[in-house]
Design a protein around this ligand. Sequence first.
Ligand code: GLN
Length: 271
Amino acid sequence: MAESAVRIALLFPDLLGTYGDGGNALVLERRLAWRGRAAEIVEVPAGGAVPATADVYLLGGGEDAPQIQAARELGDDGPVHAGVRAGGVLFAVCAGMQIAGHTFPGTDGAPIDGLGLLPCDTVRTDEPRAVGELLALPMATPLGDDDPGIDPALVTELTGFENHGGRTRRHDGAAALAQVEAGVGNGDGTEGVVARVGAGHVVGTYLHGPALARNPGLADQILRWIVGDDLARLTDDDTTALRAERLDAARRGNLDGVAHRTWRDRLLRRN
Ligand code: GLN
């Protein structure tokens, strides 16, 4: 019997496309194609019909006002909830993660209801905006008796960049995606939230990049939840080189900022 195409729903790229997170859809589609599996990317613009039968739902980062509109359109028991409960995966980045949680701050800081799919709330604090490279070590927290959660053999050190004002508080017992090595993440030393919802999974993260291009292991973790364990290994030489360069940049931290300023000053002097 022919395997059916994996359906990837890219939600509201017109509202939540500020950071290029739509690239996560392409990464999933390519990693399936390289293994001879068909995938279909369904782009859902604001106001469009969200499918209840997608295998993967993707939400990206964006600004506060469009984020509120996206949350309102998705509601507290809509097609994404149904799709995830039936075995789908919601991968939600930054504003997307905040929306997937229970509440997040509106433009005036007052809490707005999210989807309630991730056990967390996002709040505004007086801490400065978190901007820069983010580096974190995945945490293998079981999500239930028969669900080991993130597989550390598949998902290694996570790299990306963050740009957010909100801080995310996990509910008691909620699993984090990773432990922060450099950067801010959720704001309590952890990064991201992972949850089992019905037969499906929800992963929230502050990692932009797009995250699945920088972290192919995380892409494969999502695909494994959808298509099972028989994913052929890919070589990933280019990505390994990109990761080595970005991991190094994150570890050098402030030095990177200095190098950037020096380069900019030189350019300014020339003109
Ligand atoms: N508007 C949210 C914040 O600043 C999310 C930002 C983002 O998606 N990068 O916290």
